[in-house]
Design a protein around this ligand. Structure first.
Ligand SMILES: *[C@@H]1O[C@H](CO)[C@@H](O)[C@H](O)[C@H]1NC(C)=O
Ligand SMILES: *[C@@H]1O[C@H](CO)[C@@H](O)[C@H](O)[C@H]1NC(C)=O
Ligand SMILES: *[C@@H]1O[C@H](CO)[C@@H](O)[C@H](O)[C@H]1NC(C)=O
Ligand SMILES: *[C@@H]1O[C@H](CO)[C@@H](O)[C@H](O)[C@H]1NC(C)=O
Ligand SMILES: *[C@@H]1O[C@H](CO)[C@@H](O)[C@H](O)[C@H]1NC(C)=O
Length: 492
């Protein structure tokens, strides 16, 4: 079988090369010589045994997919601007099935194409570590192994180069996927990290509709707990939440929806529950509308005693997602923005914006952006403000609509800032007046991010890791962030 698989660019320059077994005939030289074999006019060895000198190479199309040189067969397959080449020594002639070799090269290229989005020389250079990893999994000692993409995804869960570098490769990674052995099909054995860490991100997106008096009319929170797991072995993980009973206190009936799910990665099992009326409103005024767990969560434990336990997949995944509705009574708006329009002398429009941050003084919102709808017919705008930057931008979808956009890099809690904008209106006919009235009634939209903060109040109390065989120490990291959804608006 194949002794070496090499990927070259169209000039025959090696991008990566993987040796599968020792073959006295196949050396580094056999790879270096590829440009000449493919395109060179003459092959002459220089004194220092080096062949390569760019001038002698005349790239062209590959006319002969099988080239034999000094006892080595080069099987060449072109895929976009990449040449996949399998090197075989003629010593093994009797065992070679040329057709199978080409088919394998083709499959490797298809897998690379999937992983790198498109297989080309640039992507291959940028992702050569992944490519090596894939080649390792697809070939064992030059024997084509599984190259079914679905199966490979069980082996190589990361398409992030930094991650791959940090995963210590172990030979016993090479074993049948759990689908075949019927255990944990989202995780391989033999995963090893020098430092065992788990990073938890609690991310909440908040939509709020706030009336002109600053009262919340409706509010929705879409939350998720994302985990980046860098843990060795087969760890049993338990996450404790301080959630005021919102998630763990709910008497919801859970049904396992997907018993044999085919998509083992990054999919989230839905859980149906009825009886939402039973999960009455908490004193915080929040109602759990929807809850989804990653398939790794042991639902039986959750059903029995509301503990969230799981064997995590390696790398990034979403542990759970929740959607909360909040009743208006209890929830205070995080950021308030009062907007007033004053038309003076029929031709001078003054817009006064008052921004208030309602969260704790210690918290800081980042990237606060306020969008105040205005007309596109105006002149000589002027702005008075002490904080942030102000611009007028056109609506992407509707060019007759503009926004007064006020951006603040950061906004601490308990602040009260003002902006006064003045626009000259060129014509003041009845239609114009109507238009301005129309804009003055549209809601003001606000974007923001508040780190170290959750609107629901959900907190991670602990993350416990137990790896029965390795018994290592774990470093858990937790971050919180609240972000505006696409629909955080203040009405007028
Ligand atoms: C917020 O509202 C937008 C637009 O209606 C919607 O697409 C988005 O899913 C909502 N997000 C949340 C957190 O409810
Ligand atoms: C509401 O929250 C409190 C803690 O603040 C909790 O003890 C209680 O069980 C919750 N009620 C419901 C109905 O979930
Ligand atoms: C929760 O229930 C599971 C069995 O479903 C049990 O193994 C586990 O010890 C229980 N945990 C607690 C904290 O009671
Ligand atoms: C939760 O909010 C959504 C969107 O605002 C609404 O359609 C739904 O009826 C609300 N559910 C409850 C129980 O209030
Ligand atoms: C807020 O932004 C201003 C301007 O960019 C910067 O000078 C200040 O240090 C920032 N404050 C905090 C607390 O990040």
């Amino acid at each position: 079988m194949s002794s070496n698989i090499t990927f070259c660019d169209l000039k025959g320059k090696c991008i990566l090369s993987r040796k599968y077994r020792t073959d006295p005939l196949i050396t580094k030289e056999s790879i270096d010589i590829i440009p000449f074999i493919l395109f060179g006019n003459k092959i002459t060895k220089s004194f220092d045994n080096s062949f390569v000198s760019d001038e002698d190479i005349v790239p062209g199309t590959i006319t002969n997919p099988i080239i034999t040189h000094e006892g080595i067969h080069y099987l060449v397959l072109q895929y976009n601007d990449v040449l996949a080449i399998s090197l075989l020594s003629s010593l093994n002639d009797e065992k070679v099935d040329i057709f199978e070799q080409f088919q394998f090269l083709r499959e490797v290229c298809d897998v690379f194409d999937t992983y790198l989005h498109v297989l080309n020389a640039k992507h291959l250079r940028e992702n050569f570590i992944i490519a090596y990893e894939l080649l390792d999994e697809m070939c064992d000692f030059g024997l084509a192994q599984l190259s079914d993409i679905k199966m490979l995804k069980n082996y190589i869960t990361q398409t992030n180069r930094k991650f791959l570098k940090s995963v210590e490769k172990r030979k016993d990674n090479l074993r049948p996927p759990e689908q075949l052995t019927g255990t944990v099909n989202w995780r391989n054995t033999g995963i090893k990290y020098r430092k065992n860490e788990a990073f938890l991100d609690v991310l909440e997106k908040v939509n709020m509709s706030i009336d002109s008096k600053g009262q919340v009319q409706t509010s929705e929170i879409l939350g998720q707990i994302n985990i980046r797991s860098r843990l060795s072995g087969m760890p049993d993980v338990k996450v404790g939440l301080d959630d005021k009973g919102l998630i763990t206190g709910n008497k919801i009936f859970i049904k396992r929806q997907i018993e044999n799910n085919e998509e083992s990665h990054d999919s989230i099992d839905s859980m149906d529950y009825n009886d939402t009326s039973n999960s009455s409103e908490n004193e915080s005024g929040m109602i759990l509308e929807d809850l989804k767990f990653h398939q790794c969560v042991k639902l039986s434990n959750y059903e029995n005693n509301k503990t969230i336990t799981f064997i995590p997949p390696d790398g990034d995944f979403t542990l759970l997602q929740y959607r909360l509705n909040c009743s208006s009574k209890s929830l205070k708006p995080l950021i308030l923005c009062e907007t007033q329009y004053h038309l003076h002398d029929g031709s001078r429009l003054q817009i006064i914006v008052r921004l208030k941050s309602n969260y704790k003084k210690q918290s800081i919102a980042n990237n606060v952006i306020i969008h105040v709808p205005i007309t596109n017919e105006y002149d000589t705008p002027s702005f008075k403000h002490n904080h942030g930057k102000v611009k007028i931008l056109a609506d992407e979808a509707d060019s007759s609509k503009n926004y007064l956009v006020w951006k603040l890099k950061n906004l601490s809690g308990g602040k009260d800032y003002g902006l006064v904008a003045e626009l000259q209106l060129p014509s003041t006919n009845a239609l114009q007046k109507k238009k301005n009235e129309y804009y003055s009634k549209l809601p003001t939209r606000v974007e923001f991010q508040i780190p170290y903060y959750t609107t629901s109040g959900i907190q991670v109390k602990y993350l416990k890791v137990n790896e029965p065989q390795l018994g290592y120490k774990t470093y858990p990291w937790v971050r919180y962030i609240t972000e505006s959804g696409d629909n955080y608006v203040i009405k007028k």
